[in-house]
Design a protein around this ligand. Structure first.
Ligand SMILES: [Zn+2]
Length: 241
C-alpha cells in the first residue's frame, strides 16, 4: 500500500530537488549553464533534461533562454539552498555524532536530504552548535538561505610556489576522498605546488611528503592562498611575548 503512495509524485519532487541543486552548483562554476552541461552533471539524456527544464520554468523555478542556458530564479535558488543545507547538515551530523568517516556520508546524505523536514535539519544543526561548514569544508547555508561566499582557488589553478591551505574537498567521489585523506590532503593542511606536467598532473608538497595528483583529482581540492595571512602576521606580533 505504501508503494503506490511513494510513487511518481515523490520521485518527481526528488528529481526537481536534484536538478535545482545541480544548476546551483554549475552556476557557481560558470556564468552560463547549458542544458548539455546539466545533462552531463545529472547523467541524464538531453531530451529528458529539456523536458524537465521546461517543467521547472513553468513552475517559476528557473528561466531558460535559448543560447543563454538556464538560470535559477530567486525561488529556485532558495529551494536549492534549502536542499544543500539539508545535505551538509546531515553529513556533519553523521560524522560528528554517529562516527561516520568523511568518505562514507555522501550517499546517505543524497538519500536523506529529500526525506528530512526543515525542522529536523534545524534541530540537528542546533545540536551541532550551528556549524557554518560541513566536514568537507563546504559552507552550510543558514536556515534563512544565506550561504558564505569565499575566495578559494582550485588546486588545478594554484600557481607553482604559492603557499596555500586546503579549505574544501569535494565529497562526491568516496574513493578519491579516501585516497586524498591518506595522502594528507585534510582541511587546514598547508600545500605548495612544485611542478605541473603538460597533461595536467600536479606535483604537490603536502604533509611532509610529495604527491602527484591527476587533473581530475586535483580539481576536487579548493584552497585559500596563504600570502595575505602571512603579511598580516608579520614580526611585531611576537615581540611582546
Ligand atoms: Zn555530500
Amino acid at each position: 500500500m505504501s508503494g503506490s503512495r511513494a510513487g511518481p509524485r515523490r520521485d518527481h519532487s526528488r528529481a526537481v530537488e536534484d536538478y535545482l541543486k545541480a544548476i546551483f552548483k554549475l552556476q557557481a562554476e560558470s556564468l552560463q549553464v547549458s542544458t548539455t552541461a546539466l545533462a552531463g552533471e545529472l547523467d541524464r539524456s538531453d531530451a529528458s533534461v529539456t523536458n524537465m527544464v521546461k517543467a521547472l520554468a513553468e513552475q517559476g523555478l528557473l528561466v531558460h533562454e535559448p543560447y543563454h542556458g538556464v538560470r535559477l530564479t530567486p525561488q529556485g535558488e532558495s529551494t536549492a539552498l534549502r536542499i544543500i543545507r539539508r545535505h551538509r547538515v546531515i553529513e556533519t551530523y553523521l560524522i560528528e555524532r554517529l562516527r561516520y568517516t568523511w568518505d562514507g556520508v555522501h550517499e546517505e546524505a543524497e538519500r536523506l536530504e529529500h526525506a528530512a523536514s526543515d525542522e529536523l535539519i534545524d534541530r540537528m544543526a542546533r545540536a551541532l552548535g550551528d556549524p557554518d561548514e560541513d566536514p568537507h569544508g563546504a559552507p552550510i547555508p543558514s536556515s534563512d538561505g544565506v550561504i558564505a561566499s569565499r575566495d578559494l582557488v582550485s588546486l588545478t589553478e594554484l600557481p607553482v610556489g604559492v603557499d596555500a591551505v586546503v579549505r574544501e574537498v569535494s565529497d562526491e567521489d568516496s574513493v578519491r576522498l579516501r585516497e586524498l585523506a591518506a595522502a594528507g590532503f585534510l582541511l587546514g593542511t598547508g600545500v605548495v605546488v612544485t611542478d605541473r606536467s603538460p597533461d595536467g598532473d600536479v606535483v604537490v608538497r603536502v604533509a611532509g611528503g610529495v604527491q602527484t595528483l591527476d587533473a581530475v583529482t586535483a580539481a576536487l581540492i579548493r584552497l585559500e592562498r596563504s600570502e595575505t595571512t602571512r603579511v598580516d602576521e608579520s614580526d611585531d606580533s611576537d615581540k611582546g611575548r
